[in-house]
Design a protein around this ligand. Structure first.
Ligand code: GUN
Length: 283
């Protein structure tokens, strides 16, 4: 029998916790605020940004949205970040990725002040995650750790396999599992015997970006299966895991939608609250 890890319900409890924290700050006369920059008109990015704004509003976080045209120059974008870096009333800054071609993502990531970098993409924050001394954690891996903890799943001593080595998910995910004493293997497009390695996993995290990539034959009986995928197939959202077949083998599994996705936004809200607290010397 498998259990579905309900990202909607768990994210609601995280958001409630953040809402309480925002209210506590507000009683001290401190506001919590997030600036979100979006460049161009990628439809998926627009949806993500709209959801982030909605979440801010629901939790009492002030959100400022900067929707810039695809023709924006690198200088204009960096100049906006510079202005937001300097504003005391802005606690968090996020620039939605990917950026239109011609804009340098690394330069943008480097430009955001580390203490306002609620995505935890700046090299200083990445380095802090590596050594296990961090305030901000990238939102998707942080959300997955929150789900595991909520369900009482402790990675200690477990074989953890992460499929995907992106800077946003795969790499930080492997670090967080390692900090919790998991034995971690990271697989990617050049991995040999991928199915065999996946079959060894007690906790399997799929962050490949390919619909139904993980099939039942790649999953050990009783494994915990976490699906980070957000693939559009014929207009329908589906994950990296072939849910219908894999669920029969799993002990726990996350659905798509309603799994990791809602957690990512909840953790962004938590990072924004952390930024506000740190900037007011309350952490
Ligand atoms: N694009 C896809 N995921 C993310 C994210 O977590 N943060 C930002 N800034 N852009 C993204």
């Amino acid at each position: 029998m498998y259990r579905i890890i309900d990202g909607k319900a768990i994210s609601a409890s995280v958001k409630q916790r953040v809402k309480n924290g925002v209210e506590e700050l507000s009683k001290k006369g401190i506001t919590t605020s997030l600036a979100v920059i979006i460049v161009g008109d990628d439809p998926a990015s627009k949806v993500y940004v709209a959801n982030k704004k909605k979440a801010c509003e629901a939790l009492g976080i002030i959100s400022e949205e900067y929707a810039l045209p695809a023709s924006t120059t690198q200088e204009e974008l960096l100049s906006l970040i510079d202005t937001l870096n300097g504003r005391k009333d802005i606690n968090g800054i996020l620039c939605q990725l990917p950026l239109p071609s011609g804009l340098d993502e690394n330069a943008v990531i480097n430009a955001i002040l580390p203490e306002k970098d609620v995505d935890a993409f700046h090299p200083q924050n990445v380095g802090k995650i590596m050594i296990g001394d961090y305030d901000f954690v990238p939102c998707t891996p942080a959300g997955i750790m929150e789900m595991l903890s909520y369900e009482g799943i402790d990675p200690e001593g477990k074989r953890c396999v992460v499929i995907g080595r992106s800077n946003i998910v795969g790499k930080p995910m492997s670090m967080l599992l390692l900090h919790k004493n998991g034995t971690v293997t990271v697989c990617h497009s050049r991995t040999k015997n991928l199915a065999e390695i996946c079959r060894s996993a007690d906790i399997l995290v799929a962050a490949v970006g390919r619909a139904c990539f993980v099939t039942a034959d790649m999953v050990k009986d009783g494994a915990v299966v976490i699906d980070v995928g957000m693939n559009r197939v014929d207009g329908k959202l589906c994950g990296d895991v072939d849910f219908d077949s894999v669920k029969e083998k799993a002990s726990y599994i996350t659905p798509v939608p309603g799994g990791v996705g809602p957690m990512t936004i909840a953790m962004l809200m938590q990072n924004t609250l952390t930024a506000a607290k740190k900037q007011n010397n309350l952490l």
